[in-house]
Design a protein around this ligand. Structure first.
Ligand SMILES: Cc1cc2nc3c(=O)[nH]c(=O)nc-3n(C[C@H](O)[C@H](O)[C@H](O)COP(=O)(O)O)c2cc1C
Ligand SMILES: [Mn+2]
Length: 469
């Protein structure tokens, strides 16, 4: 059976990861908040069975909203996620396969029949300009090479056949869009909504320009992605998606878009005059499930989907700094926005090595990392109390912290300085990058390193208090 949202939901269900909400909830005023609480208070994904104004529809949220769920998507564990994913990618990408039919073609609405309001698109946060689609995998094709690019982009609902779009300057979709603009042509886009978690991990993958992320999805799953032809545009879309929206992005049209609460938790950065999508067709399953991906304030799905693929990409890069690093783990801290603070766990071998690793963390394929913190192998990088303890007891700030001002930061991080005209696409911000070396002295100086050996309360490494009452 091909992997899709339904097989994924089944796996999550078996792992006890899904909370079923049976009472009526309004997608415009409640789905976002309840889904957010489901994760942040109960650590569950949510399935909404009774949506006000949308009889017969079902919506799911936070299916990609935790480390354990993304591990389930790839049949691994959070601890083995990085190494397992790297192994699969190193085996090679898997080409997509064209098929003539797929469940996503069960119903189709063309031209005048198109009405986005028939989909229970939810309003995520109070500061948002309106309902937004966050689970949208935007598929475009480089007009020069014909190579696809897949990435997630927020889409504001603007009318029955109109969506807003937000494109980070310099991302691959922006590079493809620039080519269409230079030709004065509209860029066709197929927007796939609702699929297996592996597709979402792949769509959030940052790799070289000219790599089809659907081939990454194939490698992650170990099976080729089946594609069907779109009906109104010259593109292909995943045959087993829940919904596909076909549209075009005109080259020069701009319209107010946003505000929209982003992965930082704030809503105003990024909003302004942004491109639009004119929708030409909607195809979907008979009983399509809407994936109400929750963005915004941590912990939303944004931090996990941005963060976990980034951990893999950074691990791959950092292990080769200076030829070899004894790297243990890389963590994009979810409650810190998921991608702006990166904690690296490593065993330093020689003085200076850690700073080189921190520099590489702050300058990679990702623009997001702003603060990089290195901890030693006796500190759990996932535990904020241990990371803070390590900073407070192992960092001599004048020696162990460096800052590099006026580097390119993430344009949605409002602490940065906007260098482009306010509210005009694309936007860029400068920020300062900071590295913090909170490791012990390196292996080369064992006596100095030993000075920082952490004490253990007597017996705590052998005894468990639960066994004593
Ligand atoms: C939930 C979510 C929403 C996102 N929304 C946007 C967006 O609106 N605009 C954008 O440019 N990137 C957005 N991103 C980030 C890109 O999808 C992501 O960086 C992707 O890997 C870029 O692909 P590329 O390497 O092909 O450029 C979002 C990411 C997530 C996880
Ligand atoms: Mn890409």
């Amino acid at each position: 059976m091909p992997k899709d949202l339904r097989t994924y939901l089944q796996n999550l269900e078996e792992a006890g990861e899904v909370l079923h909400v049976t009472k009526e909830v309004d997608p415009r005023d409640g789905v976002g908040g309840l889904a957010w609480q489901g994760e942040n208070r109960l650590r569950k994904a949510t399935s909404f069975h009774n949506l006000k104004g949308y009889p017969g529809w079902r919506a799911v949220s936070y299916v990609c909203g935790s480390r354990s769920r993304l591990a389930i998507a790839l049949g691994t564990t959070p601890e083995r996620f990085i190494s397992d994913v790297l192994k699969r990618i190193e085996k090679g990408l898997i080409k997509c396969q064209m098929v003539s039919q797929g469940p996503v073609m069960e119903r189709s609405f063309l031209g005048e029949e198109v009405d986005l309001n028939q989909i229970p698109i939810h309003r995520m946060s109070n500061l948002d300009a309106g309902p937004y689609i966050g689970s949208s995998m935007d598929i475009v094709k480089d007009p020069d090479t014909g190579i696809r690019n897949v990435s997630l982009h927020r889409h504001q609902l603007k009318g029955r056949n109109r969506l807003g779009i937000h494109i980070h300057g310099g991302r691959h979709l922006d590079m493809v869009y620039q080519k269409y603009r230079a030709r004065n042509e509209a860029m066709p886009v197929a927007i796939a909504i609702g699929h297996h978690g592996a597709y979402y991990i792949a769509a959030c993958w940052t790799t070289a320009f000219g790599v089809d992320e659907l081939e990454i999805a194939g490698a992650l799953m170990g099976e080729a992605v089946p594609l069907v032809k779109c009906q109104t545009i010259d593109l292909e879309a995943p045959a087993n998606a829940e919904i596909v929206i076909e549209g075009e992005i005109p080259p020069h049209e701009r319209e107010e878009e946003g505000p929209f609460a982003e992965h930082t938790g704030y809503a105003r950065a990024g909003s302004g005059l942004n491109p639009v999508v004119n929708v030409k067709a909607i195809t979907m399953r008979h009983d399509a499930i809407y994936y109400a991906l929750q963005g915004g304030r941590p912990i939303s799905e944004s931090q996990i989907l941005d963060g976990m693929p980034m951990e893999v990409g950074l691990f791959e890069r950092l292990r080769d700094v200076n030829g070899f690093v004894d790297l243990k783990d890389v963590v994009a801290v979810p409650y810190a926005g998921g991608s702006h603070i990166i904690v690296i766990q490593m065993t330093p071998r020689v003085e200076g090595e850690v700073k080189n690793v921190l520099l590489a963390t702050l300058s990679s394929q990702y623009v997001h990392p702003k603060i990089a913190i290195a901890v030693d192998d006796d500190v759990d990088p996932h535990d904020p109390t241990q990371v803070l303890w390590s900073i407070s007891t192992r960092v001599n700030p004048g020696r162990d912290i460096f800052m590099i001002p006026n580097t390119l930061g993430h344009h949605l991080d409002p602490s940065g300085v906007l260098i482009t005209a306010p509210g005009v696409f694309p936007q860029y911000r400068l920020n300062t990058k900071m590295g913090i070396d909170a490791t012990k002295p390196p292996l080369r100086v064992p006596e100095e390193r030993d000075y920082f050996t952490l004490s253990v309360p007597t017996g705590a490494d052998r005894l468990r208090i639960e066994d004593f009452f």
